[in-house]
Write a protein that binds this ligand. Structure first.
Ligand SMILES: Cc1cc2nc3c(=O)[nH]c(=O)nc-3n(C[C@H](O)[C@H](O)[C@H](O)COP(=O)(O)O)c2cc1C
Length: 250
C-alpha cells in the first residue's frame, strides 16, 4: 500500500508541475472517447454541498469555427474602438454594439498594487519569448487575438456557473477546471484556461441552449500541444513562504 501511495504522490506532483497553459495547438482532432473520459474524471471534483453548480458547453468542428469567427470579429471591433485614428473610430462606431463586452462577469479590473508585478512579469515574459517589444501594440494585439481563435485548439469549452451560491459556485467551478486540466494533462492533452472567452457571452449563448440561470465564467482551449516556442513559457511561482500568513505574536 505504502509503495502505491508513494508512486501516486510522485505522479500527482509531476502532473501538477508539468501542466502549463498551452497557447499553440497541433491541427489534430481529439477523439470523443478522450473528452468523455476527461469529463468523467472531472465530475469527481468536490463542491459546496455537492451541488456541482456548473455546466459545460463544448465546441468543436464547424461550431467551434463559427464561434471563433464571431469572437474574433468582436475582438477586432473592440480593438478598433480603442485606437486607429478617425477612420478606425468611425468603423468602430458602426460596429460598437458588436464590440461592447456582453459577458456575465467583468473580465477587466484594476489590479491591486501587490499583484501588479506578477501580472506584468507574466505578460512581458510571454511577449519577450515571442520577440514582441513592449511598445509594439499591433503585435500584442495580434497575440491577444489568438485567445479568440482558441490558440488553434480543436476544442473550446465554456464553463457556466449558477450565481446564487455567490463566490462558492465560482470556487467549485475552479476546482472542477483544475481537475479537468489535470486529467487532460495525464492523457497527453494540453489546455489553456481562458478568462478572455468570458468577455462576449452573446455568441456562446446563441450557439448553445444555456439555461438563463447559468452565467459564463471562463473558457478553455483543449487539444494536442504543438512544438511552438510559446508552449515553453513557464512563468514560475512564488515560494510557499510568500504565500503563508504569519501568526501574530503574543
Ligand atoms: C481562470 C483563468 C483564466 C485565464 N485566462 C487566460 C486567458 O484569457 N488567456 C491566456 O493566455 N491565459 C489565461 N490563463 C492562463 C494563465 O495566464 C496561466 O495559468 C498563468 O500564467 C500560469 O501559467 P501556467 O498555467 O502555464 O502554469 C488563465 C488562467 C486561469 C486559471
Amino acid at each position: 500500500m505504502a509503495d502505491s501511495g508513494d508512486s501516486e504522490a510522485e505522479t500527482l506532483a509531476r502532473l501538477l508541475r508539468a501542466r502549463r497553459s498551452v497557447r499553440d495547438f497541433a491541427a489534430r482532432e481529439v477523439p470523443a472517447q478522450l473528452i468523455a473520459a476527461i469529463l468523467d474524471d472531472a465530475r469527481w471534483a468536490p463542491s459546496w454541498s455537492n451541488t456541482q453548480p456548473y455546466r459545460i458547453a463544448i465546441a468543436s468542428g464547424a461550431l467551434k469555427d463559427r464561434l471563433k469567427e464571431q469572437l474574433v470579429a468582436r475582438y477586432d471591433a473592440a480593438t478598433k474602438l480603442q485606437g486607429g485614428g478617425l477612420p478606425g473610430k468611425l468603423a468602430a462606431f458602426l460596429t460598437r454594439r458588436k464590440a461592447l463586452p456582453d459577458g456575465d462577469f467583468a473580465t477587466r479590473f484594476e489590479y491591486p498594487e501587490e499583484l501588479t508585478p506578477r501580472r506584468r512579469a507574466t505578460g512581458f515574459g510571454l511577449y519577450s519569448l515571442l520577440g514582441i517589444a513592449r511598445n509594439d501594440i499591433a503585435a500584442r494585439n495580434r497575440q491577444m487575438r489568438r485567445n479568440f481563435e482558441f490558440f488553434g485548439a480543436p476544442m473550446a469549452l465554456f464553463i457556466f456557473v449558477r450565481q446564487e451560491l455567490g463566490v462558492y459556485s465560482v470556487l467549485d467551478a475552479g476546482i472542477f477546471l483544475q481537475s479537468l486540466m489535470l486529467s487532460a494533462q495525464a492523457r497527453g492533452l494540453a489546455t489553456c484556461a481562458e478568462g478572455a472567452l468570458a468577455t462576449w457571452a452573446g455568441p456562446v449563448r446563441e450557439a448553445f441552449a444555456v439555461p438563463p440561470a447559468y452565467k459564463l465564467l471562463c473558457g478553455l482551449a483543449l487539444g494536442w500541444p504543438s512544438d511552438h516556442v510559446v508552449n515553453t513559457f513557464n512563468p514560475g511561482r512564488a515560494d510557499v513562504a510568500e504565500m503563508l500568513i504569519p501568526a501574530r505574536r503574543g
